[in-house]
Design a protein. Structure first.
Length: 524
């Protein structure tokens, strides 16, 4: 009851702030600082390299940082026994009350850019699996690549009028897409420096039509970006926006060469993306407050420190239960495993129809007993990853982000099946694995996320998005982005804004596009 009243009052205050710009800025800064200040700020004393503070742990970003020091817990349940908490009961999936499928699609696209833990391979040591290949920034590497040589491979690099600053692309009918990665079964030589699409060979081995599946793989900057067509859909949108912006920038500055046009368009796309992260994605997660992507909030903030992704962050974002068992594409219904790496679904529907399809379906409910069978194995790997890194137990993280410690299993969930499962699996509530505890909690009212996940997402979302170098005090200005780029930045707060600039828009017949279900209303 108290939470309902608090959320109602916050919504009321925010509605007032929207009519008074000065008050809105004050409220926004107060709210963002309140979200970030629930725990200690970077730099973190520890990383996955050592169980203690060392020069390496403070400087070598190949190792993921830690929010809490390593802590071993004895006599933990078998990993596969714990999968019972994630498996759907009698094959029945529960759906969330707030989110469309565009929400988990965007979450995956966002995190694939900077959560880059190493996948377990037979020849990799535990030491290697505790490392990452992240740039630790929101830098749109799924689009541009994470290494300079990969960016070069994806660029058109032409000084011809009308082509400066562009990324390579192809037109299929009237639709613009990235080039295909393969020529028959061989990677095209121009794309040899790109990372191999993660899981491609396993997917091809299990596919009834491997040749057709391979033929639709795009040349993308990210090795996970071909993983599902709804993720490829988002990369395609930003490809088009980059090339559209490059055209506008070149027309405004015909004296600029290919390099300057490209870099300016890239600057703009990164900031456009961050605006969507805050003003559509984070606001969808928030139960009451409407945040604004105001860079000035971070300029003098104590938490404004260089980014470094944590090992906890790489686990808390594995929202597999949001993915439904079946997904509709272009009027047809598919088992979710059939859609993996199947870009033909995107090619057949076209970009705008793909967005309306994802916005027209309900996402799963995040939490226990709701993961599709095809994703059980990745849940097991996540539990193992937490143990490999000796993460502290779930209850320690609740305390760390200023939430109450559960003293009994019944404090974690109102679902008696969850409570009974945890009680039968663990000796004490204090022993619960971090990953297991995250998804044992019930979603918060008016948010798709459970309390601990939402709290930790908020901390890192603002402290690692608003600290982007492009948003810093002496960089965030029109000269950095050009007049067309600056205009695009200040006319963007949602994916739909970008989509309307890059697809044919019919205001009389256009369908809904958004992360929040159109009929959702906050509980009073």
């Amino acid at each position: 009851m108290l939470d309902k009243l608090q959320n109602f009052l916050l919504r009321l205050v925010w509605s007032i702030g929207e009519n008074w710009a000065w008050l809105g800025r004050i409220l926004n800064a107060w709210a963002i600082n309140g979200v970030v200040n629930v725990c200690r700020h970077r730099p973190h004393p520890w990383s996955t390299v050592h169980d203690y503070t060392s020069w390496t742990s403070l400087t070598d970003q190949r190792w993921s940082a830690r929010h809490l020091p390593a802590k071993k817990t004895a006599d933990l349940p078998d990993t596969y026994a714990l999968l019972g908490l994630f498996k759907q009961q009698d094959g029945i999936q529960r759906f969330g009350s707030k989110s469309t499928l565009l929400f988990p699609a965007f979450a995956q696209y966002l995190t694939d850019g900077f959560i880059r833990t190493r996948m377990p391979e037979a020849d990799e040591t535990d030491e290697v699996r505790r490392q990452n290949t992240s740039n630790h920034n929101i830098d749109m590497c799924p689009l541009y690549g994470r290494l300079p040589k990969q960016t070069d491979a994806l660029r058109l690099k032409s000084e011809a009028a009308g082509k400066r600053g562009r990324l390579k692309s192809q037109f299929i009918g009237e639709e613009e897409f990235s080039p295909f990665l393969f020529d028959k079964d061989v990677v095209k030589p121009e794309f040899a420096d790109l990372d191999e699409p993660l899981g491609l060979q396993k997917t091809l081995d299990n596919a009834p039509n491997p040749e057709a599946l391979r033929a639709g793989i795009f040349a993308f900057g990210g090795n996970r970006t071909n993983g599902a067509p709804q993720v490829a859909m988002l990369n395609t949108l930003f490809l088009r926006e980059h090339n559209r912006l490059a055209g506008e920038i070149e027309r405004s500055h015909p004296q600029w060469n290919d390099e300057r046009v490209f870099q300016t368009a890239r600057n703009t796309v990164i900031v456009l993306f961050i605006r969507v992260v805050v003003e559509e994605y984070i606001n969808h997660i928030s139960p009451s407050i409407r945040f604004r992507a105001d860079p000035s909030v971070a300029w003098e903030a104590e938490w404004n420190r260089p980014n470094w992704i944590t090992t906890e962050f790489s686990l808390l974002y594995r929202w597999h239960s949001l993915i439904p068992n079946r997904v509709a594409w272009n009027g047809k219904d598919y088992a979710v495993e059939v859609t993996f790496m199947n870009n033909q679904l995107l090619l057949d529907s076209g970009l705008r129809r793909a967005f309306t399809d994802m916005s027209g379906q309900r996402a799963g409910r995040l939490g226990a007993f709701n993961t599709a069978a095809s994703l059980w194995e990745v849940e097991a790997r996540a539990i193992d990853q937490g143990r490999l890194c000796d993460l502290a137990p779930y209850t320690d993280y609740r305390h760390y982000v200023s939430l109450s410690r559960p003293r009994d299993f019944a404090d974690i969930s109102k679902d008696f099946r969850v409570v009974d499962f945890l009680r039968s699996a663990y000796r004490r509530v204090e022993d619960i694995d971090f990953y297991v505890g995250l998804f044992a909690e019930d979603p918060e009212e008016n948010s798709p996320l459970p309390p601990l996940i939402r709290r930790m997402v908020g901390v890192d979302a603002f402290s690692q998005a608003l600290t982007n170098p492009l948003l810093s005090k002496y960089v965030y200005n029109e000269a950095t982005f050009s007049t067309p780029g600056w205009k695009a930045i200040h006319s963007t707060s949602a994916l739909r804004d970008i989509l309307n600039r890059n697809t044919v828009f019919d205001p009389l017949s256009d369908l809904y596009i958004g992360m929040t279900l159109p009929d959702w209303r906050p509980d009073r």
